[in-house]
Design a binder for this molecule. Sequence first.
Ligand code: FAD
Ligand code: SF4
Length: 535
Amino acid sequence: MVEERADVLVIGSGAAGAAVTKRLTDLGAKVVCLEQGDWVKPQDYPSIRPDWEVALRRGAFHWNPNVRRRPEDYPTTSGGENPPTVMMFNGVGGSTIHWSGAFQRLVPSDFRAKSLDGVADDWPIRYRDLEPYYNLNDREMGVSGLTGDPANPPRPKRPTAPLPLGLLGEKIARGFNKLGWRWWVLDNAIISENYDGRPACQLHGKCSLGCPIGSKASTDVTYWPKALRKGAVLLTHARVSQITVDSKGRARGALYYDGSGNLHEQLARVVVLCANGVGTPRLLLNSKSQLFPNGLANSSGMVGKCLMLHAIRHLVGLFEEPLDGHIGPFGHPILSQEFYETDPGRGFARGYSLLFNRTFGPLDYAWGGLTVHPLPWGAEHHGAMRKCFPRAIPMGILGEDLPEEHNRVELDPEVRDSNGIPAPRVIYTRGENSLKMLAHATLTARQVLEAAGAIEIRERAPSSTAAHLMGTARMGNNQKNSVVNAWNQAHDVKNLFIVDGSSLTTSGAANPTSSIGALALRCADGIWRRRHEWD
Ligand SMILES: Cc1cc2nc3c(=O)[nH]c(=O)nc-3n(C[C@H](O)[C@H](O)[C@H](O)COP(=O)(O)OP(=O)(O)OC[C@H]3O[C@@H](n4cnc5c(N)ncnc54)[C@H](O)[C@@H]3O)c2cc1C
Ligand code: SF4
C-alpha cells in the first residue's frame, strides 16, 4: 500500500530521529517517522522491581538485542580480532531508553584531528558550528551540571543544578586533587530539579534499565511528546526494509513492514535516516537498485566503514569504608580530561577521559560483575559480601577510537531478521593507537584510585561491549572518503540526509549522544533552509 506523501520521512525514533522530527515539525514541516519498535510503558521497566539486577543479565530489557530477542529486535553478528557485543534498544526513544545519560560534548580540537595531530580526518564543521545546537539540545533534553569548567568552552547555565556527588564522588575528587589533576562535574541528561513537566531524579539508581519517572532524558519523554502535540506522525512497528529511489536517483520514500508483516511504501520529499551506527549502514547496504548497485549513497564505498566504538576499560578500587555507589543515578558524576589532548611524549595520538561510575547492587558484587571476582557461595558468602559491599568505586576509561576502514558494518550473508531482511555483521579489531592509549590510561586510573585510598585495585579486560556506534556514514567534504557533507546531506542523493552516530567523522573521547542530538538539530535547520529545493 502506498501512503500519502510527507514533507520529510524520518527513519528511527532514537536520539537523532526524535530531535530532527521535533525541530522540523516546529518549523512547519509535515513529518512522518517510522520506528520498528513500540512505546515502552514506564511501569514495565524492571528498575522498579526487586529483581532488577536479574534483568541486567536476562529478559526483555537486556542491553544486548541478541539476548533480549523482542519481536522488533534484529540480530547482529560480529567478527574481527575483537568481535563486539552490540548493545542498543529498538523502540520509541531508541537506545536512550537504556543509556546512562552522560552528556559530554566534543571539544574544539576533536574537529581538527588531522590538522593538529596528523591522524583521522578533520570534520567539515567546527565546534562553533555545533555550539548553538549543543545548547538547544541541552534545553530540550534537560541537563544537570555546573558551568565554569576551564577545560571546555564556556556554556550557558545548566538547566538544572548538578546531581549530588555522593560519598563516592567526594572520595574520588580528593584523589584527583591530591594528584593535581583537573576534574569537573560531568553534565548528565538527568534532571536534578523538576523541569519542563518532568520530575527531579529520585536518586534510586537503576537508570540503565529505563527511568520509571522520566527524570532521565530518553527521547520518548523529552522530544516525542512535544513533537506529537505539534502534529508529527510516529508509526510504530514499522520496520523499513529499503529506501526507494526514483528514475532520477532521488529518494522517493521507504518500504516498510507493519506489525502484521504487510508491506507499505511511505513517500516523502526528503528522507532522513536515523537508525544508528549499525542500523543505518545496514539499511543503506540493503537499499540496492539499478542506479545504486553497491547500496544507497555508497559511491565512495565508505558506507559501513570506519566504525568507531571508543577504547573502553574499567578498573575498580575497593575501599575500607562503606560508600554509596549503589545509590544515585548510574552514570558518571565526575569527569577528568587531564589526558584528553595529544601529548607526543605518550606514544599515541589524541587522548582519553577518565570517568568514574556508580555501581549496581549486591547481586552484581556476588556475580563479580563490576568488581571482577565472584564471591564464594555457602558459609563464606556473607563474610565476603560484608568485606566488599558497598565499598567499590569503578573507574572508566573512555578513549578516542581512530577511524580505520577495516572496522566495519556489512551485511551478514546468512542471518536475517523476522521479516527476512539481511542482518548486520559488525567487524572490529582494536587499533595500535587504542592499545597504547589503554595501557597508559590503566596506569593513570590506578594512580587516581590509589590517591583516593583504595586498598585493592582490580582490572577488567578492555570492554567488548559496543554501545557507542559511530562513523559508518561519515561526514566530510571529500566525496571519495565520506558519505555525507557538512549538513548531513548524502553526497550521492540530494534529498537524503543521514544523521545519527554513523555521521561522526571522529569519535573524540566523549560519550557521543550530546553531539548526535546537536548534529540532528543542525541537520533539521539545514533541511528547512533548503525547502525551496523540495519538489
Ligand atoms: C547501556 C547503554 C548505555 C549508554 N550510555 C550512554 C551515555 O551515558 N552517554 C552517551 O552519550 N551515550 C550512551 N549510550 C549510547 C546512546 O544510547 C546512543 O549513542 C544513542 O542513543 C544513539 O542515537 P541514534 O539516534 O544514533 O540511535 P538510537 O538511539 O539507537 O535510535 C535508532 C532507532 O532506529 C530504529 N531503527 C533501526 N533500524 C530501523 C529500521 N530498519 N526501521 C525502523 N526503525 C529502525 C531503532 O529501532 C531505534 O529506535 C548508551 C547506550 C547503551 C546501550
Ligand atoms: S536514579 Fe534518577 S534518573 Fe536514574 S532511574 Fe532513578 S529517578 Fe531515574
